[in-house]
Design a protein around this ligand. Structure first.
Ligand code: AMP
Length: 398
């Protein structure tokens, strides 16, 4: 997990052609970019290249096209336009680039969606070699794709004459290791979301180190059922109750805890306009759906959040998209924002909640990597990180 990597700042970049693998997988409505957060996150790396008078070739995927077929709706052309506005300089868009692009120092070229090429997902070596041959240095900066072993995320790293991690990639790794490798205790973990099956490995991994775990959302229902509490007709994965029980036991043995709520917000239907009722946990009826933690629980958990020195947050604690069931997630988000702890958050819905409740600036680090963020926290080796570490080792050998 902690082997060294060559950083972009370690290499002389002057007048080199830098091929930078970015994550420009932005949300699009027709050809309109609805959030340019991923483009903004990439700017420091591009600026560093330009300050060094490097020539810049940018690669990214967008969506999940069928390889080998160009598809207008998944073209990166709108990204080139928005990027040139953000950088205040032209970004040349190249549709036909695989056999080489001409680019001068100080110029920027954005190549069409890498996933239009056959072999990207399967990490085809001939494609990877072509990507590596596009420039002098291959810079991996797309942390959000680090959990995928594709031609542009690992293959080209292996084949490049010189390779390094970009500024965003290193920033992500450093924030994650601050929370995982040498965290300041107490460590508090908040895991919410719909299904425990998608977060089980994360919970199992973090229950080895966390001092306190707060679970919310549909996941909480499975833990409540495991604790013998009534959950009515709520979303639950009964087959995973034994795993939830094992996690509770493991935490108790370690002297850590996973508190259950004292009150919840229920409804009779899963609907935006459903009537919300606050109930003590013991009063949950057979036809109730638990859609949020109750206000007493939220207030008690906010106090717990204030005792932590490290906070890791993934997943809303209720159906925060519906106003009547957003209170718990709002209180949790606000408590994290007010906390003095190092706070790390990530995941699509978590970022949506952070933005909705206006606390973005008060979270210590918000990861851009949804799947990569989760897999790193689960203790998995991310293929792109391993490829960069191998490249470092290869340099030391030579
Ligand atoms: P995930 O993608 O697994 O992080 O799940 C996020 C989704 O879980 C959000 O869209 C929430 O609306 C949903 N969610 C949160 N709490 C509940 C709940 N109690 N029952 C059903 N869905 C929930």
């Amino acid at each position: 997990m902690n082997r060294p990597i060559v950083r972009m700042t370690d290499l002389p970049l002057q007048n080199k052609v830098l091929v930078i693998r970015e994550d420009f997988n932005v949300p699009l409505d027709a050809s309109h970019i609805t959030s340019d957060a991923r483009l903004i996150a990439a700017l420091p790396t591009i600026h560093l290249a330009l300050q060094n008078k490097a020539a810049v070739v940018l690669l990214s995927h967008l969506g999940r096209p069928v390889e080998g077929l160009w598809q207008e709706s998944l073209s990166l052309a709108p990204v080139a336009l928005r990027l040139s506005e953000l950088l205040q300089q032209p970004v040349r868009f190249e549709r036909d680039w695989l056999n080489g692009v001409s680019v001068n120092p100080g110029e920027i070229v954005l190549c069409e969606n890498i996933r239009f090429n056959v072999g990207e997902t399967a990490n085809d070596p001939s494609l990877a070699k072509k990507l590596a041959a596009l420039g002098d240095i291959y810079v991996m900066d797309a942390f959000a794709t680090a959990h995928r072993a594709s031609a542009s995320t690992t293959g080209a790293v292996h084949h490049a004459a010189q390779t390094c991690a970009g500024l965003l990639f290193m920033q992500e790794l450093e924030a994650l290791s601050q929370a995982l490798i040498a965290p300041v205790r107490p460590i508090l973990v908040i895991v919410g979301g719909a299904k425990i099956s998608t977060k089980l490995q994360l919970l199992a991994q973090l229950s080895d180190t966390a001092d306190l775990i707060l679970v919310g959302g549909g996941i909480l229902n499975t833990f409540m059922a495991a604790s013998g509490l009534p959950i009515g007709a709520s979303l639950v994965e009964r087959n995973l109750i034994p795993e939830a029980t094992a996690i509770i036991k493991k935490l108790h043995v370690r002297g850590a805890s996973i508190p259950m709520p004292t009150d919840v917000v229920v409804a009779k239907q899963f609907a935006r306009g459903a009537i919300a009722t606050i109930k003590p946990v013991a009063d949950v009826a057979d036809d109730d759906l638990i859609l949020d933690i109750g206000p007493d629980t939220a207030a008690a958990w906010a106090l717990l959040i204030h005792t932590a020195n490290t906070i890791i947050w993934n997943g809303p604690v209720g159906v925060f998209e519906f106003p009547h069931f957003a209170h718990g997630t709002r209180i949790i988000a606000t408590a994290i924002a007010e906390s003095h702890a190092f706070s790390l958050a990530g995941g699509g819905d978590t970022i949506a909640a952070i933005e909705k409740f206006g606390v973005t600036r008060h979270i210590s680090y918000i990861s851009t990597g949804g799947g990569a963020f989760l897999e790193y926290l689960e203790g998995k080796t991310l293929p792109a990180v391993a490829a960069l570490q191998d490249a470092y080792k290869a340099i030391c050998r030579n």
